[in-house]
Design a protein around this ligand. Structure first.
Ligand code: ACO
Length: 320
């Protein structure tokens, strides 16, 4: 078995939906401003029970069901999250316990909004290397728990959710390639101060801090480059892409990239209008939506990309 392929997808969205109009009653903003600058109309917001392990568990169950597998078939669990339930144990362990299984490796990776693409890449290497056959890969975040609801420049941007895939060994591709990058010099453009109470400066709150214009500028440039890198590595061009599944941070970033790629928006999966930016969940949530509504079909070529605080970014080319 030379390759890994997506055997099933799943997702979970919190029950509570918050519209732009509701936000406009709390901070000085309008539906018109939010829609025109971001493309976002509403977002799902977690209850205290809807933690990362809870949402990841439900997304994982749906992915297992879609793959026709049970939790006992898993060899490994990887959870991409920046908002773990606890400092320890890691979220993948808590998810494993919810699944009622033991004795398989379970770990988190913290790569902000790029977490799912990074986790997919790690899982792909384990399967290609022959060490594992079936891996649950989850992207999940509850960014609304680290959102300052009094800051109109950030609180309109984020939502919560989870997306999951089952990656399985196969003779045919599968994941064609993954491409990962990071640039720690940009650490001040998008960050959450330390979680550790003993290390926190008195005046610092553990909320997302963001230089929106810098994030926007860097995202369009870096994502454009990594997408070209992925296509070149596979001797493909834009015309080979059936579906572009970008990180869902801002419709303007997505549109700028689609234009750069000369891709019609009909070929782009867009959920940012209803989900806002769900960080590590954004790409697998969009993937699952388009698989379940029948847009994405077996054998089609998918291009995934994401970028997050670090900056960290990456892309993946996949035959579904
Ligand atoms: N409602 C009304 N006005 C607002 C709001 C709001 N919610 N937020 C900011 N403004 C005001 C600002 O105060 C500013 O007013 P001023 O000119 O009087 O100072 C004005 O709108 C313009 O602000 P800008 O920050 O210049 O607005 P911009 O057009 O850059 O849009 C935005 C801001 C939407 C954040 C944009 O920069 C962006 O999308 N950047 C990318 C950031 C992103 O996607 N972050 C998500 C996390 S990172 C990731 O996932 C990659």
């Amino acid at each position: 078995m030379k390759y890994s392929r997506i055997a099933g997808t799943g997702s979970y969205l919190p029950k509570k939906v918050v519209t732009n109009e509701e936000l406009a009653q709390k901070v000085d903003t309008t539906d018109e401003w939010i829609v025109s600058r971001t493309g976002i109309s509403s977002r799902h917001v977690s209850s205290p029970e809807e933690t990362s392990s809870y949402m990841g568990y439900h997304a994982g169950l749906h992915a297992l069901e879609a793959a026709g597998l049970s939790a006992n078939d898993l060899d490994m669990i990887i959870v991409a999250t920046t908002t773990p339930d606890k400092g320890l144990p890691n979220t993948a362990c808590l998810l494993q316990e919810r699944l009622g299984i033991t004795n398989i490796p379970a770990f988190d990776i913290t790569v902000a909004c790029a977490g799912f693409v990074y986790a997919l890449s790690v899982a792909d290497q384990y399967i290609r290397g022959g060490m594992m056959k079936t891996i649950l890969v989850v992207g999940v975040d509850v960014l609304t728990a680290v959102t300052n609801w009094d800051d109109r420049s950030t609180c309109v941007l984020f939502g919560d959710g989870a997306g999951a895939i089952i990656l399985q060994a196969d003779d045919k591709p599968g994941i064609l390639s993954t491409h990962l990058h990071a640039d720690g010099r940009q650490k001040d453009s998008l960050y959450i101060p330390t979680w550790l109470p003993g290390q926190r400066k008195e005046e610092e709150l553990s909320y997302i801090h963001m230089d929106g214009r810098e994030v926007f500028r860097f995202a369009v440039k870096a994502l454009g480059q990594v997408v070209e890198e992925a296509l070149a590595a596979n001797h493909m061009s834009q015309t080979d892409i059936d579906w572009f599944i970008p990180h869902q941070a801002n419709l303007r970033i997505i549109t700028a990239l689609a234009e750069k790629l000369k891709l019609s928006l009909d070929k782009v999966v867009i959920t940012v209008d209803r989900h806002a930016n769900t960080s590590a969940a954004s790409v697998p949530l969009a993937l699952d939506e388009a698989v379940r509504d029948g847009r994405i079909q077996r054998g089609q070529t998918l291009l995934l990309e994401a970028i997050g605080g670090g900056f960290v970014w990456g892309a993946a080319l996949i035959i579904y």
